[in-house]
Design a binder for this molecule. Sequence first.
Ligand SMILES: CC(C)(COP(=O)(O)OP(=O)(O)OC[C@H]1O[C@@H](n2cnc3c(N)ncnc32)[C@H](O)[C@@H]1OP(=O)(O)O)[C@@H](O)C(=O)NCCC(=O)NCCS
Length: 338
Amino acid sequence: MSVEQVGVGIAGMGAVVPEVVVTNRDLEARMDTSDEWIRNKIGIVERRWARDDQAMTDLAIPAARQAIAQAGIDPLEIELIIVAGSNHDYLMPATACLVQAAIGADNAGALDIKNACSGFVYALGAGAAFVQNRTADTVLVIGAEIHSKIIDRNDRTMAPFFGDGAGAVVLRRTRPGTGILASFFGADGYNADAIIVPAGGSRRPVDAEALEENAHLCRMDGKRVKTFIQRVFPYAIEQACRRAGYEVRDLDFVISHQANLHLIREGMENMGLPMSKTLTMLEWLGNSGAASVPTVLKAAVDEGRIRPGSLVALAGYGAGLAYGANVMRWPDAADFLP
Ligand SMILES: CC(C)(COP(=O)(O)OP(=O)(O)OC[C@H]1O[C@@H](n2cnc3c(N)ncnc32)[C@H](O)[C@@H]1OP(=O)(O)O)[C@@H](O)C(=O)NCCC(=O)NCCS
């Protein structure tokens, strides 16, 4: 079998949501907002925030362990770990190194991807390419986020939107024509300031003045981001479908990043796809960044809405402003190569 023909499938999945539930009513008590506004504008009812003592790896590691168990592999078989998300445990070292040690993946390389809400689709596309070019036969891909520690929890333009979480998948070689068929990546760096944490990097280290201005926390121009989402959610899926040799109408299921229920509805309608071909969880989880796509994907597979043979598109979009999509033919157990 030639290298080009090998497919790359998801052999196991895991997802972890933190236990602290923050309802719209809780937010009403903290800021000038209302349950009605949040439901009408974003579609979120409650979100989940990590405990104060939890960092990204506290969610990512248990999600990874679930995925490894479901794939039925030994951690020593993993040859590469990719972790996507924005608020990692540390500025350095890479979170993937911390995961590697925690799960005992002694034969794995480790790589972080800093793209936020599009991070998982980028990591999945990158992981698939590494499997296809034989850099690694088994790759662990994690999307994780701790938004609750980079937002002002009393800011009505930020707190209602965001939640925390982690999702993980194990990638392995499959028969040609199954698994991830194509990925598409795009970016609009001209609007990089539309979602930004201004201080804490080399541009502006955190000092007393930055703390005073809350410049170490995330800021978002919601209307600009909305216009971006309206454009790129259908566009990324169309482009990934085209690369895979399909039309959008061929899709059996779509997993979108979970930013705004109304924008997901609008995007599905613009693509000519019914809402029955997608699943949303932001109502209960909020926007959990790079964790959102793998979390919803796992739920859709667990519920039997994605089955072997289903043609599935995943779409991610957010800070950067970066976006992307993957198209995959969901593999059967028999499609995985030894
Ligand atoms: C932010 C968003 C909900 C605003 O909705 P909109 O229909 O675009 O704009 P609207 O004019 O109706 O709402 C904005 C107004 O609501 C107010 N507002 C913002 N947050 C609010 C809240 N939590 N409660 C009540 N009012 C709020 C703003 O102050 C603004 O008022 P102003 O125009 O007087 O300044 C919408 O643009 C959006 O969802 N953007 C995408 C954000 C996102 O998903 N980001 C993450 C991407 S990964």
